[in-house]
Design a protein around this ligand. Structure first.
Ligand code: AMP
Ligand code: TRP
Length: 337
């Protein structure tokens, strides 16, 4: 290994827009970790084809995600696109033979996704969807990651990765793979401002999420029309809509405004219009540099693509090294033509 820094790996599917829930709940953490660890972040297009998808949009969304990640502060040298590193898929195959069918069958994400796929798309469920977490284990272990920043929903996938690593190590008689650990973010779920009883999510429709790269007027309008009273909050409790607005202040790091407005809330003198105004100002100030950087990066898309192809080729070297060792250890042939 190049140095003693701990290795961090995480990945995201290329799903178009990035909303502030994704940013505060996931990507902001990725950006911050770069100062402390050796980080690699992947856009996982092999994973994106496990569910029925629009062939014409996949490549567009993949580059768009690269642009978005760079715009919020991911360093280009840490970013790769999964299909540019085919070793992920090759190690995924090898791992199929070290993953227990019983354990993979228990994955709740497969059960949830196959149910929703059944409802939406004529009952087609791919083997890839079933096998998804084995490929994820390859994404993680191919870089011998110590830490994997993910949401709580990925806990089971991490467990499977460790089980695969364990079985591999036992079978080849060597502690080759380290056991990856999840790193969870502190930020609780950001809720939809239009319906604060549910979490902010793209699948609920456009009015339910605030795009990180929206223009100022749109962000202000979305915050102004945020629902504060859902009508079901028991006496003396803060409604989820108001709680969500306070949460946005903390997420943006505006502790001072949070404290002042909370004092007003407690004394009963808080005007929701003032809270919304402060949240809108804070959010606009936080997000403006990202929008500007994205505009800048968009000017030279060719350069952006070349850069990501290059960084992927560099990260690939590490993946190739692991795969070579894995082939040695497992008895597969290792010939350079
Ligand atoms: P998704 O595209 O919905 O799978 O989300 C990608 C990442 O963003 C996951 O790691 C989630 O934990 C995080 N995330 C998504 N929605 C929210 C939200 N409303 N609040 C906080 N984090 C979120
Ligand atoms: N399954 C993750 C998600 O749905 C995406 C993912 C794929 C991933 N491979 C990974 C996350 C490796 C962390 C590490 O969000």
């Amino acid at each position: 290994m190049e140095n003693n820094k701990k290795q961090v790996l995480s990945c995201i599917q290329p799903t178009g827009d990035m909303h502030i829930g994704n940013y505060f709940g996931a990507t902001k953490n990725w950006v911050d970790l770069q100062d402390k660890y050796e980080c690699r972040y992947g856009i996982v297009d092999y994973h994106a084809i496990t569910m029925p998808y629009d062939v014409k949009k996949l490549r567009i969304n993949t580059w768009e995600m690269a642009l978005n990640l760079l715009a919020v502060g991911i360093k280009p040298e840490n970013l790769f696109i999964q299909s540019l590193i085919p070793e992920h898929a090759e190690l995924g195959w090898i791992f199929n033979c070290f993953a227990s069918f019983g354990m993979v069958s228990k994955q709740t994400q497969f059960k949830d996704k196959s149910r929703s796929s059944e409802e939406k798309s004529e009952g087609f469920i791919s083997v890839g969807l079933f096998d998804y977490p084995v490929l994820q284990a390859a994404d993680i272990l191919i870089y011998r990651a110590d830490y994997v920043p993910v949401g709580k929903d990925q806990e089971q996938h991490l467990e499977l990765s460790r089980a695969i690593a364990n079985r591999f190590n036992n079978q080849v008689g060597k502690e080759y793979f380290v056991m990856p650990e999840a790193l969870y973010t502190d930020t609780p779920k950001i809720r939809s401002t239009a319906d604060p009883t549910s979490k902010m999510s793209k699948s609920s429709g456009e009015k339910h999420y605030i795009n990180v790269f929206s223009d100022e007027a749109k962000i202000r309008k979305q915050i102004r029309s945020a629902v504060t009273d859902t009508g079901e909050t028991p006496e003396g409790e803060m409604s989820p809509g108001v709680e969500n607005l306070f949460l946005l202040l903390t997420a943006c790091g505006n502790e001072q405004a949070h404290a002042a407005l909370m004092t007003d809330y407690v004394s009963g003198s808080l005007r929701y219009s003032d809270l919304k105004q402060t949240v809108a100002d804070t959010l606009v100030a936080t997000l403006a540099p990202f929008r500007e950087r994205k505009e800048e990066l968009k000017k030279d898309k060719k350069q952006l693509k070349n850069q990501i192809k290059y960084t992927s080729s560099q990260i690939r070297l590490r993946a190739q090294e692991t795969l070579k060792e894995v082939k040695e250890l497992t008895g597969l042939l290792n010939v350079k033509f």
